[in-house]
Design a protein. Structure first.
Length: 187
C-alpha cells in the first residue's frame, strides 16, 4: 500500500489565517501552487497525496485556531503517514534568504524526514539550507498523529527567493518530493 502524504498548503486565501506578503506576492498563493505540483510529483512516484486546500479558494475554519485544527483533523482522520506543511518565511531583513524545516522533536522520524527535505530542497533551488529546528509549540507539529514537518520554502520578503518561488514552483515541489522519496528509500 502506498504511503499517504498529507500536504498542508499553509494559510487561507483570505483572513482568518491568511499568510505573509512580500514583493507583491501572497504566501497562501505561492504555497497553494507549490502544493499542487508536489502532490502531482508524489502521485507520479507511486505515493498517495492529499491537499489541505484542493482549490485556490478553499477556506479552512473561521479563525486561526479552527483553520489549524481543520488541517490537523483532516490529516488525522484520513490516516496520513506523513504531514508536510508548506509556508514561506518573512523577515524585516530583506536579505534573509533560504529554506528551513521545523519538527516537534529531535531524533524522531519527522526530524529525519525534515533533514532529507532540507537537503533536497537546497539541491533543487540553490537556496541556502538554514537547517532543521525543533518547534514543539507549533500546532500542526504537536497535534498531528503522524510525523509532521513544517517547511519554510524561502523568504517572501527577499526579492530573489520570492521571484524563484513565483516563477519556478515546480523546482520547490521537486525538492520537497525528492526529500520524501529519499527518506522513504525510493530515490
Amino acid at each position: 500500500m502506498a504511503e499517504k502524504i498529507y500536504i498542508d498548503q499553509g494559510h487561507n486565501p483570505q483572513n482568518p489565517n491568511s499568510g505573509a506578503e512580500g514583493n507583491g506576492l501572497r504566501e497562501q498563493d505561492l504555497v497553494y501552487t507549490i502544493g499542487v505540483r508536489l502532490s502531482e510529483i508524489l502521485r507520479a512516484g507511486g505515493l498517495t497525496a492529499r491537499l489541505s486546500r484542493p482549490s485556490p479558494t478553499t477556506q479552512l475554519g473561521t479563525s486561526v485556531a479552527t483553520s489549524l485544527a481543520a488541517r490537523v483533523n483532516d490529516a488525522n482522520s484520513w490516516g496520513a503517514d506523513y504531514f508536510i506543511s508548506l509556508h514561506t518565511n518573512a523577515s524585516s531583513v530583506t536579505t534573509a534568504s533560504g529554506s528551513e524545516c521545523f519538527v516537534y522533536s529531535e531524533g524522531s522520524p519527522a526530524y529525519a524526514l525534515a533533514e532529507n527535505i532540507a537537503f533536497r530542497l537546497n539541491a533543487a533551488t540553490g537556496l541556502r539550507d538554514r537547517g532543521v529546528f525543533t518547534r514543539p509549540s507549533l500546532y500542526v507539529l504537536r497535534r498531528t498523529a503522524m510525523p509532521a514537518v513544517l517547511v519554510e520554502l524561502g523568504f517572501i520578503t527577499n526579492p530573489f527567493d520570492a521571484e524563484l518561488m513565483r516563477s519556478s514552483p515546480e523546482v520547490f515541489a521537486a525538492g520537497v518530493a525528492n526529500g520524501v522519496f529519499a527518506y522513504l528509500g525510493l530515490l
